[in-house]
Design a protein around this ligand. Structure first.
Ligand code: AMP
Ligand code: MG
Length: 422
């Protein structure tokens, strides 16, 4: 953790809070992240989606025994003629979980199935498609290589080596890998506790009727979903009116109860001033206008020991700033190390996109393979930052960098998928 204060860091020469590039804001936030350190041992299944607090070290060789990669016969490679058929005598069988107890001598072979232990004496397996059996006499095709189709003990993983490093999120593959080592419990970090609330006099909760100019609060629902999917322990503190006293109380309560406080609304020009004064009193917070769309206003800082993210009010801006800034920061705070970069790739844009240079835009798109086999992406209609349907219809962000201007149909654009399959 940096000993630099947020105020000191925000006085750096090249720091412009009125036009903060996306990358610079990410790097700034990163300097202040102090990951959770408390860990507990949990049964393997309960570790799903949690972050490993210790390396998982293999207590055994994987595979544990030298075994066959094919259904076929095991023999001494030296017995097989290179350019003519070879006939050997079958003396037994080795099936997965039922090894052959004896030795394989010269002129002999053993029927073997995939995963079966390769018996003593044998060093080679010929697949059954390359063999012909007549009773206990088996003839093998020429052209076999000594050592083929044999998986050596410890070939995948040596006993004592790290199977999964600390800092990795446990997914289904890790559950299986841990189980395959015979390990029943692993150490994982405690979940990150995140408190959030919405700000705005116009916001109503579901169940109450809307008056003139009022809208339903949707940000608490998207935040609930995004945080829960990330594995955070969420504390929904409801809607708080644009009233300094109520806001002060909410900020204090949230910071006392959670590792991270997230709010939406109240950071745009006009609204930011009293929130700024308030947070100046309660902690250390910087207010930025990020050179991005949507999501221009963003606040980041500390309120007591809690990290604070002040997101814009617009529903799409909330989701974009969450995925582009908050997600990565939360993963780091959860103990994920290193935080893997979300891969991007290029696809041909099928529509004209309006784009002003000088900022990064995250438009919402649908990417799919076109009839000619290439990847094509189209924007999901209207891109206004209040239009949540553009996010709901999308399966990707179309990322248009600072230097990009309008995009003509047929241009290759950078795309980032919203969904992973595991
Ligand atoms: P603000 O940043 O508070 O000025 O809000 C910007 C826009 O987002 C305004 O149109 C708000 O009504 C809207 N907005 C703010 N908070 C929410 C919310 N929780 N749910 C839906 N819309 C919101
Ligand atoms: Mg507001």
């Amino acid at each position: 953790m940096s000993t630099l204060t947020i105020a000191q860091a925000s006085c750096a020469d090249d720091y412009d809070p009125n036009s903060m590039p996306v990358e610079k804001a990410r790097a700034f936030i990163h300097r202040f992240l102090d990951p959770v350190s408390t860990a507990a041992r949990v049964p393997v299944r309960a570790a799903l989606n949690r972050v490993l607090a210790e390396d998982v070290v293999s207590p055994v060789d994987v595979p544990a025994h030298r075994n066959s990669a094919m259904d076929g016969w095991a023999m001494r490679g030296a017995d097989l003629k290179a350019d003519a058929e070879t006939t050997l005598a079958e003396i037994g069988a080795s099936f997965a979980g039922r090894p052959f107890g004896g030795d394989v001598g010269a002129g002999q072979c053993v029927r073997i199935m995939t995963g079966g232990v390769v018996p003593r004496g044998a060093d080679t397996v010929v697949m059954q498609e390359r063999a012909r059996a007549q009773g206990k006499s088996v003839t093998f095709a020429p052209g076999q290589k000594t050592g083929q189709n044999v998986r050596e003990a410890g070939e995948d993983l040596r006993a004592g080596s790290v199977a999964i490093a600390r800092g990795r999120i446990v997914r289904p593959a890790e559950l299986g890998l841990i189980a395959s080592l015979g390990i029943g419990e692993v150490a994982v970090y405690r979940p990150l506790r995140v408190a959030f609330f919405s700000t705005g006099d116009e916001l109503k909760s579901i169940g109450s009727a809307l008056g003139e100019g009022e809208i339903y609060d949707s940000n608490r629902y998207t935040l609930h979903g995004m945080l829960t999917r990330l594995g955070c322990d969420v504390l929904d503190m409801g809607v708080v009116r644009d009233d300094p006293k109520l806001l002060e109380r909410a900020f204090r309560e949230a910071a006392a109860a959670a590792d991270v406080v997230i709010t939406s609304g109240g950071v745009s020009v006009g609204e930011a001033d009293f929130v700024k004064d308030l947070l100046g009193k309660l902690g250390e917070v910087v207010f930025w206008k990020i050179a991005m769309k949507p999501g221009r206003p963003l606040a980041y800082g500390k309120i007591g020991a809690a990290h604070f993210f002040g997101l814009p009010g617009n529903p799409v801006s909330v989701m974009v700033t969450f995925y582009q800034f908050v997600r990565e920061a939360l993963l780091a705070l959860m103990g994920v190390d290193p935080v893997p970069a979300v891969p991007t790739f290029t696809a041909k844009c099928t529509a004209r996109l309006k784009k002003a240079p000088g900022r990064t835009e995250f438009q919402r798109g649908v990417v799919a393979r076109a009839a000619d086999g290439s990847l094509a992406v189209r924007p999901t209609g209207e891109q206004g930052s209040g239009i949540l349907k553009s996010m709901s219809d999308a399966n990707c962000f179309i990322i248009l960098g600072d230097d990009t201007g309008n995009v003509e149909p047929g241009t290759l654009v950078e795309v980032q998928l919203l969904e992973g399959i595991v």
